[in-house]
Design a protein around this ligand. Structure first.
Ligand code: MG
Length: 324
């Protein structure tokens, strides 16, 4: 008799403008996670009269927490058709030669929704918090570190973390190839929410949780393909920036809701209505990193427009769809 395994199925619901993450657990002797179903009428993915939706496993990860495996799924209708909420399906054009590095920014929050460290009112102005140390400058470090360790144990390539510009705000960088890069980012978010639960803390990925002179949260997206990495030229990189500029509004519509609150032209952003690119320019829509220049125009680009709440499937579908 084979051993029972605990699979934790993770999927995206039908909420708009961005989906939330859902999960449920299956204990089975199956050696691979089987197709499964759920009640789509409870996730805005079906009507009550015909409520079954299907979960198709697409990536399996070792689970560093309670269960044995985390199973990233995409959703189908009960008739085995691509569900309208399934943004992953449109990203299937993204080949493994495309590499992505997502810089996920977020805030840890108290039960009342205020950022960690803001319990006694508005903290000192920004200045000391970015990459800071000491409890007056940093809040939630132990959660960020537990999350990093869990992602690495799961085989998700986090390449770094840092305390961000506002108190209670953090970033991690998540790297991957092709469509799996976006699967990994969604699973890393799932692990972040779940680990924060253990600390009685929430996670807020809204792009501007605090108005005023406080940085918002983005998800700068670094990307490259084979040509950019090894056969690059100034002409190639600038033509890619120009192409993305021609469809700027379409990009913005794929890069997360409420992004107008963040892309104001202040706080290291370009205004949402303007497209620009430039070498080392953190006030541009797209930054050409100094790394790329120093390697004689071989390297990557950084799209600084995506918001922290953006769906990575939509981001990569937009970038690759525009540039191929
Ligand atoms: Mg950052």
């Amino acid at each position: 008799m084979s051993e029972t395994k605990i699979y934790e199925y993770v999927w995206l619901d039908g909420f708009q403008p961005e989906p939330s993450i859902r999960s449920k657990i299956k204990a089975t002797e199956d050696d691979v996670p089987p197709e499964w179903s759920f009640d789509g009428s409870s996730t805005q993915q079906a009507e009550g009269g015909s409520s079954d939706c299907l979960l198709l496993p697409v990536q399996t990860y070792d689970c560093p927490l309670f269960s044995d495996y985390l199973v990233m799924c995409q959703v189908q209708t009960g008739e085995h058709e691509t569900h309208p909420s399934n943004t992953r399906a449109a990203a299937e054009i993204v080949a493994d030669e495309w590499w992505f590095g997502f810089e996920q920014e977020y805030f840890f929050t108290n039960k009342d929704g205020s950022p960690l460290g803001w319990e006694d009112g508005t903290p000192r102005p920004q200045g000391d918090y970015y990459c800071g140390v000491g409890s007056e400058n940093v809040q939630g470090r132990e959660i960020s570190e537990a999350h990093l360790e869990a992602c690495l144990d799961a085989g998700i390539q986090l390449t770094g973390t840092n305390a961000e510009v506002a108190l209670g705000q953090w970033e991690y960088q998540c790297f991957g190839h092709g469509l799996k890069a976006a699967d990994d980012l969604w699973m890393s978010r799932y692990l972040l929410y779940k680990i924060a639960e253990d600390f009685g803390v929430g996670v807020n990925i809204h792009p501007k949780p605090k108005t005023g002179d406080w940085n918002g949260s983005g998800m700068h997206t670094n990307f490259s393909n084979e040509e950019m990495r090894s056969k690059g030229s100034e002409e190639l990189f600038k033509s890619m920036c120009e192409k993305l500029g021609e469809v700027h509004q379409e990009g913005i519509s794929s890069y997360g809701s409420d992004n107008d609150m963040r892309l104001t032209g202040l706080h290291e952003t370009q205004s949402i209505d303007t497209f620009s690119y430039g070498v080392s320019d953190r006030g541009a829509s797209i930054r050409i990193p100094i790394y790329t220049i120093e390697h004689d125009w071989n390297g990557y680009l950084e799209d600084r427009r995506p918001a922290s709440n953006a769906d990575p499937y939509k981001i990569i579908a937009h970038i690759v769809g525009t540039l191929t």
